[in-house]
Ligand binder design. Structure first.
Ligand code: FAD
Ligand code: SIN
Length: 536
């Protein structure tokens, strides 16, 4: 039987693994850390989509909201198709065992988030991602045709012929983190589902695995990366000294939470809280939607307010809301906040924007097949799905809860394509596959600690390539990244590989591409805002 290797065990990877295995493929899922560690596992708000096929008005609104959030830059056709497919794919998730929250009448409890004009988000309280991840993982673990390998890091793709303009992938080099060796994986098809790269920034909502590996690997193999300047910053990550990033879901604002600066909050309190809190919120200056404006607008608004006030965070106010209902609806957020002496529905929550989602990524067609940068054809046997890919759905800014949706739709399409073409895929190249860097492995030594280099990269990206950019800062970031690239290359060529080294090499490469894409974009649109651009 042909064998497909999937890199990544989030929603995109696991959903595709189950579909491919059901279609007869031998499936191997490799994943960098533990099986569940992924952005998917931390998703809070939910998944957007209209379940009722006959609800064309609802679908039209979902399409419009997505296009508006994308700031006119979405591929409209892709948006229409994904929105129309949403109901079927969400039903697939339910069939796999995902439990979405229902109300007392047994109907799905639909909610609203920023940029949405209707309630169409299904959720599992504030742990939607965990619910999805757990359901998919338990199916995958028990599937006889799926092998799951944790602590296996996809390192580089093996091309059939490096010199040819036409590209075909015939295998994968994988770093086994426990054994500390690079192994050669033969495969008939590869699906990259390695997620995004929030870890390029000091402040992020993403887990430690999000280091943009898949994008870097695909780029080195000749894939086209697009829209990389559009990094989404979530307006409300907790500004608390926690050991891992923590998001305060936009759904809290969908429930009525309001953003204020500290001085606005103090003023509201001195007025005995008798006036509506939204009347005090700076967000009204930036959008009629106030605290529920789209993320690009809110993140910039907060950035501007913080620059102006010199404060380190703004506040998310929930004390005007029903405390019991709020805590029932957001139990995980409440438990997290309690550790810091903050009670949901009582105390203001300090929040700041944080890198959250990579809108850009590996350019793919409607089947998730990867586009060759040299000639616009597809790279044979290679697919990319989920956050690692760029389909055109999100334009210049992703609408809330559209990511899980897009991931599941493209995951389904890629696996359907593999199902339909299963007989054409079988290769017998095992003997021909080269070992990793067969020519450059002599005299390798242990490398020195890379912690400072990583900090330098994150600090540069945060300061110079963040919510608000300028030509000067982008150019400074590029110069710094070019120096770091040289440094990392030297270490790479003389050192035994380790996870930190592999990740740093990937992150530097993607940082350079983000910065260059930001410099190339001369108009301000969606998530990209450069104060030197003329239309700002
Ligand atoms: P991920 O879920 O990130 O999975 C990537 C996988 O690849 C992981 O298993 C990782 O370990 C593995 N991996 C990475 N590199 C390698 C490598 N080199 N080799 C092998 N394995 C590798 N979106 C929504 O639509 N709704 C929400 O409510 C929502 N909330 C969010 C909340 C948080 C805190 C975060 C961080 C994101 C949220 N998002 C939300 C975004 C959404 O969760 C992600 O975009 C989506 O889960 C991505 O799924 P994925 O399968 O593409 O990648
Ligand atoms: C959130 O819950 O605020 C995150 C939703 C998303 O990223 O789509």
């Amino acid at each position: 039987m042909p064998r497909v290797v999937l890199a990544g065990s989030g929603i995109a990877g696991l959903f595709a693994a189950l579909n491919c295995a059901d279609a007869g493929w031998d499936v191997c899922v490799i994943t960098k850390q533990s099986l569940e560690e992924s952005s998917t596992n931390y998703a809070q708000g939910g998944i957007a989509g209209i379940l009722d096929k006959t609800n064309s008005e609802g679908k039209e609104i979902h399409i419009k909201d997505t296009l508006d959030a994308g700031d006119g830059y979405c591929d409209e056709n892709v948006v229409q198709e994904v929105v129309n497919e949403a109901g079927d794919r969400i039903r697939d998730l339910i069939n796999v065992g995902v439990n979405f929250q229902t109300d007392s009448d047994g109907n799905f409890d639909l909610i609203k988030e920023g940029g949405h004009s209707q309630k169409i988000i299904l959720h599992s309280k504030d742990s939607t991602g965990k619910e999805i991840e757990t359901a998919l993982l338990s199916k995958a673990i028990n599937h006889p045709k799926i092998e799951l390998l944790s602590n296996h890091l996809a390192l580089d793709l093996i091309l059939k012929d490096r010199t040819s303009k036409d590209k075909e992938i015939i295998g994968l080099w994988v770093y086994d983190i426990e054994k500390k060796i690079v192994e050669t994986f033969p495969t008939d098809a590869i699906i990259l589902a390695t997620g995004g790269g929030g870890q390029l920034f000091s402040r992020t909502t993403n887990p430690s695995v999000a280091t943009a590996d898949g994008m870097a690997m695909a780029y080195r193999a000749g894939a086209k990366l697009i829209d990389m300047e559009f990094v989404q910053f979530h307006p409300t990550s907790a500004a608390l000294d926690s050991d891992r990033p923590f998001l305060i879901s936009e759904a809290v604002r969908g429930f009525g939470g309001i953003l204020m600066t500290t001085s606005e909050y103090n003023l509201w309190k001195t007025h005995n809280s008798s006036k509506k809190p939204e009347d005090y919120s700076f967000t009204r200056k930036y959008s009629d939607l106030g605290s529920l404006a789209t993320r690009d607008i809110l993140a910039r608004a907060i950035d501007q307010e913080l620059n102006f006030s010199g404060e380190e965070h703004v506040l998310l106010i929930t004390e005007h809301l029903d405390q019991i209902e709020l805590q029932k609806r957001f139990p995980a957020i409440n438990t997290f906040l309690l550790k810091y002496g903050i009670t949901l529905g009582v105390d203001p929550i300090p929040v700041v924007p944080a890198a959250h989602y990579f809108v850009g990524g590996i350019s793919v067609n409607k089947l998730g097949q990867v586009i060759n940068d040299l000639n616009g054809t597809i790279i044979k046997r290679l697919y990319a799905i989920g956050e690692v890919a760029c389909t055109g759905m999100h334009g210049a800014n992703r609408l809330a809860s559209n990511s899980l949706l897009e991931a599941v739709v493209y995951s389904s399409r890629a696996s359907l394509n593999l199902r339909e073409n299963i007989s054409k895929y079988h290769l017998d190249l095992e003997k021909e596959l080269p070992d990793w860097r067969a020519d450059g492995l002599e005299n390798l030594r242990e490398h020195y600690s890379l912690i400072d280099d990583l900090k330098y990269l994150k600090m540069t990206m945060t300061r110079d390539v963040g919510v608000v950019r300028s030509d000067r800062r982008l150019n400074r970031a590029l110069r710094r990244m070019n120096l770091l690239e040289k440094e990392v290359k030297m270490v790479w060529n003389s050192s035994i590989p380790t996870r930190p080294l592999i990740e740093l090499r990937n992150m530097v490469q993607i940082a350079q591409i983000i910065i260059q894409s930001a410099l190339n974009r001369t108009e301000n649109i969606g998530l990209h805002y450069n104060e030197d651009n003329i239309n700002h």
